[in-house]
Write a protein that binds this ligand. Structure first.
Ligand code: ADP
Ligand SMILES: Cc1ncc(COP(=O)(O)OP(=O)(O)O)c(N)n1
Length: 272
């Protein structure tokens, strides 16, 4: 009989257009050779032009999904995406603790603090920011904010690489073990430089900036590929280097879809 692959849980929302959210996470898990489990937080009505509706899953149902898969299937890593509300964050926190997900437990926990879609549609209530900072950040092995999320969480407006370091320190002070400040939104920078920080050392992850509008799902794909590597036993710096290479290739393989912004393609890996 074949042995089960490592299992990774995504706690995130559905994108009906299939480009981001759990659909991007599951494609990435598949391409990275891990088994994906899902705790669904919300259903979005979404296409390549934006989000026109959101239906939240009851908070206790989100927590129950985590317990159900962790206690039966077992998990080697977990990540978050769209969490929608404070009620959902407050409900999942005791479930994470109960099954040992996050700092203090044995399962690495990647918090991607998704707050809005690339079109600016809100995916996390303003009233959930305190819960995100106070409950999830201290439990995180790694947090992976983009620059809009950095501003929401810390108040710091990052415009250049020096600001990126200041923001990394402010985010680390909120309690995560590692911080990855993504540089995709540093529009004037000719490269996409992501910055990893553990409270003592900065590790720069440079990458090309492709001239494309088709980057939908890039944050989800990066966090999912990092989580997959962690599930296979990589250290955080090893996993982030793997994720950076993975997302660069996924952006290079992005395709147009609909009248707006198309998705990155984690399935480049299967073309080999
Ligand atoms: N045009 C691009 N070309 C290459 N890499 C990109 C591009 N845009 C974003 N990335 C990379 O994709 C990842 C997610 O980027 P970012 O846009 O910062 O976050 P989010 O998708 O969460 O808004 C980062 O590793 C970033 O460097
Ligand atoms: C349901 C859902 N979850 C997350 C996102 C955001 O995806 P992300 O890759 O962080 O960013 P963009 O693709 O919006 O740039 C989403 N749109 N929907």
């Amino acid at each position: 009989m074949t042995e089960a692959p490592p299992r990774v849980l995504t706690i995130a929302g559905s994108d009906s257009g299939g480009g981001a959210g759990i659909q991007a996470d599951l494609r990435t898990f598949f391409a990275c050779g891990v088994h994906g489990c899902v705790a669904l937080t919300a259903v979005t009505v979404q296409n390549s032009l934006g989000v026109t509706g959101v239906a939240e899953i009851p908070a206790e149902t989100v927590a129950a999904q985590i317990l159900s898969v962790a206690e039966d299937i077992g998990l080697q890593a977990a990540k978050t995406g769209m969490l929608a509300s404070a009620a959902i964050i407050e409900a999942i926190t005791p479930a994470l603790d109960r099954v040992g997900i996050g700092r203090g437990g044995r399962t690495p926990f990647v918090v991607d603090p998704v707050s809005a879609s690339m079109h600016g549609d809100q995916l996390l209530a303003d009233s959930a920011l305190d819960a995100l900072r106070g409950l999830l950040f201290p439990r995180a092995t790694l947090v992976t904010p983009n620059l809009d999320e950095v501003r929401l969480i810390t108040g710091i407006a990052v415009e250049d690489r020096a600001d990126q370091r200041v923001a990394a320190k402010a985010l680390h002070a909120l309690g995560p073990e590692w911080v990855l400040v993504k540089g995709g939104h540093m529009w004037d920078d000719p490269e996409c430089l992501d910055l990893l920080y553990d409270g003592s050392e900065f590790i720069e992850l440079p990458g090309p900036r492709y001239d494309t509008r088709h980057t939908h799902g890039s944050g989800d794909t990066l966090a999912s590929s990092i989580s997959s590597a962690l599930a296979k036993g990589a250290t955080v710096p090893e996993a982030v280097r793997f994720g950076k290479d993975f997302i660069v290739r996924s952006v290079a393989a992005a395709y147009p879809l609909g009248a707006g912004d198309g998705p990155v393609s984690p399935l480049w890996r299967l073309d080999r």
